[in-house]
Design a protein around this ligand. Structure first.
Ligand code: IMP
Ligand code: MG
Length: 379
């Protein structure tokens, strides 16, 4: 089983062989046969399979269980792509004839535990006699709920896996081994550049040529917000209401917009993030967002100019472009202050991650541009 598995935009490598899976299921089945030995045809256990992921596991389990049981299935879903959505949808509901029964829930994998928590609470409302949980896999680093997992075939690290019934966007269920997302090699490695610098450093001026040379999608948070609002998307409506009420748009909304663009933008080699992340919390959120798909920030490209030049350039820009936010000195000072307090700590953050590349922003547009290119050409 040394074959790689290619599904849509992702590459997976083998993690658990079918021989290992078989042994683990043998072990779990042996224990269950002991625990349910007192079931009779009059009082059979209920084996409740959660579709679709558990379909192969439950078939293998059924072959090995020797006590009287009735097979049932239900369908819940909480995943979209490689990510848990946190909310659980019921696609095929539980039927009501479970009163007084010993129910064994059969799951493919317990990740956050949201799915089994929902299922267990639904079952409790049906007056069942006993609920136990049997799962092929669990991610102990993620599962923090108090519901006991009675039968666990295997524990796995917190990685996204497919195969043996488990899917990536509904594909990849039909393999006999289990595969893990290979974050060292995706079919196409996207570049994620963070364009950094104080106000007036020349980010807007330089972004255009960077985007063109490296085939990037320019994501400026300001423009993104304006376009979501103009398009009347749910996020846009949320942002509009907040702005009109004089509030700041919260991090989750901005992050949601950016993640949606990462997913929907096609035919680029990467992204140039402009105006995001603005705080350490946002930088962490960006890292987490990328990590979920096995990706990471390529580089933080930082244009640096000294404070006096910030004020000089903004005053100049106010004269040419007539930007209202540039005109008043106290507004400018406030923005510079916010930059130093909230945004500047990102330098250290990216330095520690060995992603920080500082470029001297003093000079002509062409001079600064060629410095940027000589840094970015290496990625
Ligand atoms: P939970 O509700 O977060 O515990 O997630 C349980 C469900 O999420 C499982 O039944 C799977 O359908 C799905 N899931 C969780 N982790 C993975 C994974 O690594 N690969 C594929 N599906 C997963
Ligand atoms: Mg499932």
């Amino acid at each position: 089983m040394d074959q790689k598995l290619h599904i849509l935009d992702k590459v997976f490598r083998p993690l658990i062989s079918h021989e290992e899976i078989d042994k683990a299921i043998d072990r779990v089945a042996r224990q269950m046969n002991l625990d349910y030995a007192d079931c009779t045809d009059e009082h059979p256990a209920i084996l409740l399979c959660t579709l679709n992921g558990a379909v192969i596991f439950v078939a293998e389990l059924l072959k090995r269980l020797h006590f009287p049981l009735i097979f049932k299935a239900c369908k819940l879903s909480s995943y979209s792509g490689t990510q848990s959505t946190g909310s659980v949808r019921t696609d095929i509901p539980l039927s009501a004839d479970l009163i007084g029964r010993r129910v064994i829930i059969v799951e493919d994998i317990v990740d956050s535990g949201a799915t089994i928590e929902t299922l267990v609470s639904q079952l409790k409302g049906l007056d069942v006699k006993e609920i136990r949980i049997c799962t092929l896999l669990v991610k102990p680093e993620v599962y923090k709920k108090s519901i006991k997992l009675d039968y666990v075939a295997m524990e796995i690290p917190n990685r996204f896996i497919v195969g043996y019934g488990l899917d990536y966007n509904e594909l990849g269920r039909n393999t006999r081994d289990i595969y893990v997302l290979d974050d060292t090699k995706t079919d196409k490695t996207m570049k994620y550049y963070v364009l950094f610098g104080p106000p007036g450093a020349g980010k807007g001026t330089q972004a255009g040529s960077m985007v063109e040379r490296y085939h990037l999608c320019h994501l400026s948070t300001g423009e993104l917000l304006r376009s979501e609002i103009a398009a009347g998307t749910p996020l846009g409506l949320q942002a509009k209401a907040l702005i009109e009420a004089g509030n700041l748009v919260p991090d989750e909304v901005v992050e949601g917009m950016i993640e949606a663009r990462f997913r929907s933008t096609k035919d680029v080699e990467g992204f140039l993030l402009d105006g995001f992340p603005r705080t350490i919390a946002q930088a962490r959120a960006l890292d987490a967002m990328l990590a979920r798909s096995g990706e990471s920030v390529t580089a933080c490209v930082s244009l640096m100019i000294p404070d006096p030049l910030i004020h000089e350039r903004i005053a100049h820009r106010a004269n040419i472009e007539g930007r209202a936010d540039d005109a008043r000195p106290e507004v400018v000072s406030n923005r510079v202050k916010t930059y130093h307090e909230k945004t500047e700590p990102l330098i250290e953050y990216y330095r520690q991650a060995e992603r920080y590349h500082e470029i001297d922003g003093v000079g002509t547009i062409e001079e600064v541009r060629s410095r940027i290119f000589s840094v970015m050409d290496q990625f």
